[in-house]
Ligand binder design. Structure first.
Ligand SMILES: C[S@@+](CC[C@H](N)C(=O)[O-])C[C@H]1O[C@@H](n2cnc3c(N)ncnc32)[C@H](O)[C@@H]1O
Ligand code: SF4
Length: 456
């Protein structure tokens, strides 16, 4: 378990800068064009894993939430999902034979909104996947659910299709906030769904919240968090609203005057930390909380937590295959991404069954730095001699640049560096992204050309 973050106003002023979320290292920003199925084949050959985590991206949503930073397509036309499934089938049929020696241990449907699919479309998707991939009997099957767009009996249906984990997008319970972001939803519906999910025996129920939205105040958000805690989800993600209006045009609809100030946002996060931990949740890191008996919390307690494109996970040793538009795969030495544009994705899978278009091959240095960053972001501590023995190197010599970058953070008390280990302190927990940034060899170049969200 990691130390609970402590609050130091002067450090927050100094270190609340922008930075990557490290769902991978190198981050997706390092991906280059010019990759195709050859790279996928080479990646599979380079991998020693026989375990697979499948991610399927369903891009459609019924209505646009103005804050949204996801890769989505807003439409009311249900038949578009049929066309999408037709194309996904082409991709699955072409890819699955390459993974014949793998067993699927984890399936995650993300979006957009996977529950945009009707029950019949969802059945079709699952039968396509089961027909072409081999699933272990105990495979985790999880899905992101928009509580507002769930067909009648969909939760029961998902259960019969073998789903055992659900994640609900809640964001906020406050009516004024919901209206401002164009996402009205009745609290009663969320309560009914969470209750039903529990009755149906879903193992882990997650809820997403966002702080930093228009009209939120520390008081209003604390009320929303209290309402959520009363529903007792197993996991809670409390995302810091990522405002990137140059990239997501709808975010420009949010009025500057309605937005909480940076100070109010910090208070919201501080209150959330206090409320969640008081209610018995373990702070996993960054924006995640889990009940102490939840698998995610247990994995962290046992030093077995991982991080991938879906965030913190218990299945990091699996290769990750992303299917669908814009999906990212991480296989062996490679990170590969499908076409991001729907038409380009359709054209690619129709021509050759594959839509890989960007990627990068990790070299030995990338893998070493990825190992450091993963250890720090998951466990907030790195045992230097263990790392040296595993990777056959002298840590201080090899990472002299990173340790140099880390020195001022150590001086400010965010990390403790001894001959044996690097430990993120309770003061430093909030700034884990900044600590990881010291080990990122690509960052300086990316900071010049890309925008990141703020760390708190
Ligand atoms: C794909 S959506 C979840 C499923 C479904 N579409 C829904 O909204 O309920 C993933 C999550 O990303 C988060 N999210 C979306 N845009 C965000 C932004 N700009 N900043 C922070 N979090 C964001 C929301 O919490 C959302 O629930
Ligand atoms: S938050 Fe979810 S429902 Fe809203 S636009 Fe984004 S992906 Fe769609």
């Amino acid at each position: 378990m990691i130390n609970l973050p402590t609050w130091d106003e002067s450090l927050i002023k100094k270190y609340n800068v922008s930075g990557p979320r490290y769902t991978s290292y190198p981050t997706a920003l390092s991906l280059q064009s010019g990759y195709d199925v050859t790279a996928l084949r080479t990646a599979i050959q380079s991998s020693s894993s026989h375990s697979l985590s499948l991610y399927v991206h369903i891009p459609f949503c019924h209505q646009l939430c103005y804050y949204c930073g996801c890769n989505k397509i807003v439409t009311r036309h249900q038949h578009k999902a049929d066309t999408y499934l037709d194309n996904l089938e082409l991709e699955i049929k072409a890819q699955a034979p390459l993974f014949a020696h793998y067993q699927v241990e984890q399936l995650h449907l993300g979006g957009g909104t996977p529950t945009f699919l009707s029950p019949a479309q969802m059945s079709r998707l699952l039968s396509m996947l089961e027909q072409h991939f081999t699933f272990t009997p105990q495979a985790q099957r999880s899905i992101e659910i928009d509580p507002r767009s769930l067909a009648d009996n969909m939760l029961e249906h998902l259960k019969t299709l073998g789903f055992n984990r659900v994640s609900f997008g809640v964001q906020d319970f406050n009516d004024q906030v919901q209206a401002a972001v164009n996402r009205p939803q009745h609290m009663e519906d969320v309560i009914a769904l969470l209750t039903q999910a529990r009755e149906l025996g879903f193992k882990s129920i997650n809820a997403d919240m966002i702080y930093g939205l228009p009209h939120q105040t520390p008081e209003s958000f604390a009320q929303s968090i209290a309402k959520l805690i009363a529903l007792s989800p197993d996991r809670v993600s409390v995302f810091n609203y990522a405002h990137l209006p140059d990239k997501f045009a709808a975010q420009r609809k949010l009025k500057e005057a309605d937005m909480p100030t940076p100070e109010q946002k910090l208070t919201m996060f501080k209150n959330t930390l206090a409320q969640m931990t008081e209610a018995g949740y373990q702070f996993i890191g960054m924006d995640h909380f889990a009940k102490k008996q939840d698998e995610l919390a247990i994995a962290q307690q046992h030093g077995q937590l991982h991080r991938n494109f879906q965030g913190y996970t218990t299945h990091g040793e699996c290769d990750l295959l992303g299917l669908g538009v814009s999906s990212i795969s991480q296989i062996g030495n490679a990170i590969l991404q499908n076409e991001k544009d729907l038409k380009a994705y359709y054209d690619a899978v129709n021509q050759h069954g594959f839509a890989v278009h960007k990627g990068m091959k990790l070299d030995d240095e990338d893998k070493l730095r990825a190992a450091v960053i993963k250890q720090l972001i998951c466990h907030f501590e790195l045992n230097i001699s263990q790392f040296e023995a595993t990777h056959n190197l002298d840590f201080n010599t090899h990472f002299a640049d990173a340790l140099c970058a880390l020195a001022p953070l150590a001086e400010d008390g965010l990390v403790e560096i001894t001959a044996e280990k690097i430990t993120v302190t309770s003061k430093g927990n909030l700034f884990i992204r900044i600590i990881c940034m010291c080990f990122d060899a690509y960052l300086q170049q990316q900071l010049k050309t890309s925008r990141f969200s703020r760390v708190i």
